[in-house]
Design a protein around this ligand. Structure first.
Ligand code: AMP
Length: 504
């Protein structure tokens, strides 16, 4: 049996004429087209020298061709390596040097800058632009459409995704065909996805969320997706009239809530709003429900593991939680020091095991051994707890934990209290070096409107609500929090910016 994701996908197609992908300029790609165009692309890749297990590194804007390239790479038995379009030439040179792809696909505007780095790593360079045109498309256009999908086993590599690593070198997470297929099928069932679904696809496709969750789940359902080059609230409002699902990062929902157009009528045709990749504020969840009648379904996953937990489709979607472990995925909470399982309800390190969990970090056996236990549990780096109904709560990244005067402080607890203060939009709590406390709890706060609150007012509001050692020593006001493309607050940038605040 061929465990190649492409073959499993192709064999599940029941209607070749059904639309797989639509674009804003009116192009419509059926499932039949998808198979034949993927065949042409796979033939072009082979003609360009791509062999099974070779890496195909790709830094391109979102387009139909980019999705076809992803599927064709897997079909040809090679390993898809998508790269954030924001990476600079120097960053790309590191990834190419580390992954040693045989082919590098980039925007024609980038090709000249990167040819040397690619040549050094032994990679050929071909181009694909924002409109899906370029030397790669030309090569595919003249190639035959028939292609015998290369035989792959569940454990063979399908993709290499570099983690967005905020410290140290970015690590390449090795994902197998088995990882991707099992997660797509598990989410399809959990979210009741069917061929009638139409997804508003507004996420980038260089990340696990847009590439695997959004794309694979849709294609494995025989459903269709409307491809937006990027998130655009006005477009999303238009499309909600004929779509059924939106998958987004929390920022999408915050932006959509800013528009008066967001009403129960505007969202009536939709059946599902999914959020993930960063914490969705309970307040956003409640505001969305109040305005639309829909409860956003929040799920939790990461590059290394695909998706681990999800709020239920039927049943309570609890604001501020990431729901229950997906079938086939085990979630446990352990003591970060000893690795021993903790009693139910306690905060500790979240560890996960299942067919969704990756194979290890590319050429980093020590890192792999440090984070992926011999018994199969992956140490996620996220702190959390499981409540008495089995729902998982994420408390934050382990490295964001603040140790002040010997006490552990979980930023999320402080942020939740600050966010409750009228006039506060959101906050990020960080630990900064302090000569007496080791680290001092420090709050970075964004206000809702005119600067009505002072530092003293925030501190006074927390009096009596938080133990003394948890209260911020200083409060800094900013216009907005720094976020990456997936909507994650970049606390490392805040820590660097305010490193000298306490004049050590
Ligand atoms: P990435 O590998 O870029 O997808 O980042 C994965 C990380 O994002 C996880 O380890 C979590 O820290 C965070 N994350 C993803 N989904 C959620 C969520 N629903 N709530 C809180 N944090 C999340």
């Amino acid at each position: 049996m061929n465990d190649n994701l492409f073959d499993i996908l192709a064999s599940s197609i029941s209607d070749e004429g059904a639309t797989a992908i639509e674009t804003l300029d009116g192009a419509r790609i059926s499932y039949g087209d998808l198979v034949s165009r993927t065949g042409r692309m796979a033939n072009a890749l082979v003609a360009l020298g791509v062999k099974p297990d070779d890496r195909v590194a790709v830094q391109v804007e979102k387009s139909v061709e980019a999705i076809i390239l992803y599927l064709a790479t897997l079909r040809a038995g090679a390993v898809f390596l998508p790269l954030n379009t924001g990476y600079t030439a120097a960053e790309i040179a590191y990834f190419i040097g580390d992954a040693e792809p045989s082919l590098f696909v980039c925007d024609p505007a980038r090709a000249a800058d990167l040819t040397q780095a690619a040549a050094q790593a032994g990679a050929r360079v071909v181009t694909l632009d924002t409109k899906g045109k370029g030397s790669l498309t030309d090569a595919a256009a003249s190639a035959p459409s028939g292609f015998d999908t290369i035989l792959r086993e569940k454990d063979d590599l399908a993709a290499l995704l570099y983690t967005s690593g905020t410290t140290g070198r970015s690590k390449g997470a090795m994902l197998t065909h088995g990882n991707l297929v099992s997660n797509a099928l598990s989410l399809r069932a959990a979210w009741r996805y069917t061929a009638r679904d139409v997804l508003i696809h507004a996420l980038p496709i260089f990340h696990t969320h847009g590439l695997f969750v959004a794309t694979n789940v849709t294609l494995f359902s025989g459903a269709s997706m409307i491809l937006l080059p990027k998130f655009d609230p006005a477009r999303v409002f238009d499309l909600m009239a004929r779509a059924t699902v939106l998958m987004g990062v929390p920022t999408f929902y915050v932006r959509l809530l800013e528009a008066d157009k967001l009403t129960a009528e505007a969202t009536a045709p939709m059946r599902l709003f999914v959020s993930g990749s960063a914490p969705l504020l309970a307040e956003t969840h409640r505001a969305w429900h109040a305005r639309t009648g829909h409860a956003i379904l929040e799920r939790y996953g990461m590059t290394e593991t695909n998706m681990n937990t999800s709020n239920p489709y039927d049943g309570a979607r609890v604001a501020g939680t990431v729901g229950l472990p997906l079938p086939g995925t085990e979630v446990i909470v352990t003591d970060p020091e000893t690795g021993a399982a903790l009693p139910q309800g306690e905060i500790g390190m979240i560890e996960v095991r299942g067919a969704n969990v990756f194979k290890g970090y590319w050429r980093m056996p020590e890192k792999t051994a440090a984070e992926l236990r011999a018994n199969g549990f992956f140490i996620t780096g996220d702190l959390g707890r499981i409540d008495d109904t089995g729902y998982v709560h994420i408390i934050g990244r382990g490295k964001d934990l603040i140790i002040t005067g010997g006490y552990n402080v979980y930023p999320k607890e402080i942020e939740a209290e600050i966010d409750e203060i009228p006039g506060v939009l959101e906050s990020a709590v960080i630990g900064l070096a302090h000569k007496d406390f080791g680290e001092a709890v420090t709050a970075v706060v964004v206000l809702t409107g005119a600067p009505s609150l002072t530092e003293a007012a925030i501190v006074a509001a927390l009096e009596g609500r938080l133990a003394r050692f948890k209260q911020p020593k200083r409060v800094i006001f900013v216009q907005e929090l720094p976020r990456n493309t997936m909507g994650k607050v970049q606390k490392n940038l805040l820590r660097a910016q305010y490193a000298g605040l306490y004049h050590n």
